[in-house]
Design a protein around this ligand. Sequence first.
Ligand SMILES: C[S@@+](CC[C@H](N)C(=O)[O-])C[C@H]1O[C@@H](n2cnc3c(N)ncnc32)[C@H](O)[C@@H]1O
Length: 291
Amino acid sequence: MRKRLPAYSYIEIALTGRTSERAAYTEALRFFADRGFDGSHPATFHFKGRFKVAVYTRSPAKVSSLRRDFRCLRGSGLRCKTKVLHREDWFDKWQKGYRPTPLGRRFIAVPVPAKRKKIDKRIPIYLDPKGAFGSGMHETTQLMVRVMEQLGGKFESFLDVGIGTGVLSVVAVRLGATRVAGLDHDAASVTSARYNLKLNACKPAFIRRLDIGALKAVPRFDLVGANLLSSTLTAARRKLERLIGKGKYLAVSGILLRNLKGFRRDFASPSLRCLKTFRGRQWCAILYRRK
Ligand SMILES: C[S@@+](CC[C@H](N)C(=O)[O-])C[C@H]1O[C@@H](n2cnc3c(N)ncnc32)[C@H](O)[C@@H]1O
């Protein structure tokens, strides 16, 4: 039987090679992009004349499939290495560098444990990520908060698809939503979101561990927010559409600026009208309205 990975541990799958071999570097990026790891998701490192392109997962099956696929790259000058990163390797180090971070125009993400003092005039969102995505520092989260601020007052219910730490759900409540709910396929994210919503005195209707692809009928929402990989968004478009009430909103984030044109083409639907694209330095978010 396969041993279970301890909580907050990840498996790193890295392709390494010589920095001077540009073709091998491009090949490594393409290898992961072709398998659904696009944008900034492969982490890249350069050190002492060598590069490393790495992705992180908790799924041993994914690791086996990547290793199998790597066989076709033999002779490319790349090496494939895997290692398990335990919490103390990355999480505690990261946590030390986590500082209060302005979020949109009105909010500030405040790491906990930290003194719960009022920090400037912004509304605090207290967060203990516990290893989940959504510290407030990533541009994709920041863009989503900008979209939500612009819609403030126009939505009473919010569904957080890929809830991570729950940061967007707390923002939704502070903007006046009275019914918030969320889902995430990652168990650690569900734990983190439940913890953080409670920390901010927010009561969600539900937070479920679920893949968006497996979601069955739920009541419709005024705003559905999905900060996911663009490939996941495209695959889930029909599902997402069905979750929004008529005349209501869908906000998607996690789209690289360089993929924007292709994304808009692939995501296009007769029942969705694109209202606005919010551009960041590397990423963008798009607000749609259901016709
Ligand atoms: C980029 S993070 C967004 C977290 C947070 N909502 C934010 O905006 O900062 C994406 C989240 O979606 C989850 N996720 C990715 N693919 C998913 C899927 N197919 N179904 C459900 N959750 C998914 C991930 O586990 C992760 O927590």
